[in-house]
Design a protein around this ligand. Structure first.
Ligand SMILES: [Zn+2]
Length: 301
């Protein structure tokens, strides 16, 4: 064994019953064994450590993900708030648009009513707005732009309309359509029995009978072209209204305006009388259009 002491280890197993057993192992084996055990322990430790570390990093990753999700959710909430704000703004705009449209429709209606009353037409009656339903427009900015254009177009139209209207109203003021006095219609325009003699005589106006001194008003605005005594007519006033119209007021007791005076429709111009060829106090009223006497009842309102 002497030489082999360096290379071998002898293990003797001594049981109580059986005979001794001898086990010979190489001297390096325990070292290898210890080394293997140490390596294994180290390996297991490292493995566990690795798993633990990766678990920690997974947890960290998880936490990060959660915080990102939270952030995203927060952003989403903000977006929702913004969206609902936008929606409500859009609703406000929609309501405003509707209101403006209602107002425009009302303006159209009034315009048409005025047109009918004064007998003119607007330059254009484009209901562009009413033809295009607002549902087709999705962008609020776009809708506002359309609304702005419609309103500008309407404004242009109304400016022209008002101008036409003013001209028309100015013209209407000149039309001698106001009853020139109060009283009883005692004679109409046309053929009638001659009140001063025999036969039929054409009556170029209407007679309105009342007491002496009853107010006589200008039937329309214009300029006084005659104020004085006229054979047959007595104290007479003639007003030139322009546009081919003239009105005659005869048999007055008093004349209150002079030749050249500018008179307004409804202005007091004379007092009823019985001057000239008259059978009693009354106003003889004539309207001439284009130099010809026409039936005043076709003009008076
Ligand atoms: Zn008469």
């Amino acid at each position: 064994m002497g030489k082999k002491r360096d290379s071998k280890i002898c293990i003797m197993i001594v049981p109580h019953t059986e005979k001794v057993r001898r086990l010979t192992i190489p001297r390096w084996l325990p070292k290898i064994f210890m080394a293997a055990v140490l390596t294994t322990i180290t390996g297991v430790y490292l493995a566990f450590n690795n798993i633990y570390t990766s678990h920690i990093s997974l947890e960290e990753e998880y936490d990060q993900k959660i915080s990102i999700i939270n952030k995203l959710e927060e952003e989403n909430r903000k977006k929702d708030i913004e969206l609902s704000k936008l929606k409500s703004e859009n609703k406000d705009l929609y309501e405003t648009t509707n209101e403006v449209e209602e107002k425009l429709a009302e303006i159209e209606r009034l315009q048409r009513e005025i047109e009918k009353k004064v007998g003119i037409k607007s330059p254009s009656r484009g209901g562009g707005m009413l033809d295009d339903p607002p549902q087709e427009i999705t962008e609020p900015v776009e809708e506002l732009q359309v609304l702005k254009e419609v309103l500008e177009e309407k404004e242009r139209e109304l400016i022209i309309f008002i101008d036409d209207l003013e001209k028309r109203l100015e013209y209407l003021k000149t039309v001698p359509d106001l009853w020139p006095t109060k009283g009883r219609l005692s004679s109409t325009f046309g053929n009638r029995k001659n009140p001063f003699g025999r036969g039929i005589k054409f009556h170029y106006g209407i007679d309105i009978a009342n007491s002496i001194g009853t107010d006589i008003w200008a039937a329309g605005s214009g300029r006084v072209v005659f104020s004085g005594y006229k054979a047959g007519y007595g104290n007479t006033i003639i007003i030139d209204h322009g546009n081919g119209y003239k009105s005659y007021y005869a048999h007055n007791s008093k004349l209150l305006v002079n030749r050249g005076d500018r008179v307004e429709k409804g202005q007091l111009i004379a007092k009823m009388g019985n001057t000239g060829r008259s059978t009693g106090p009354h106003l003889h009223f004539e309207i001439h259009k284009g130099g010809k006497a026409i039936d005043p009842l076709t003009v008076l309102k």
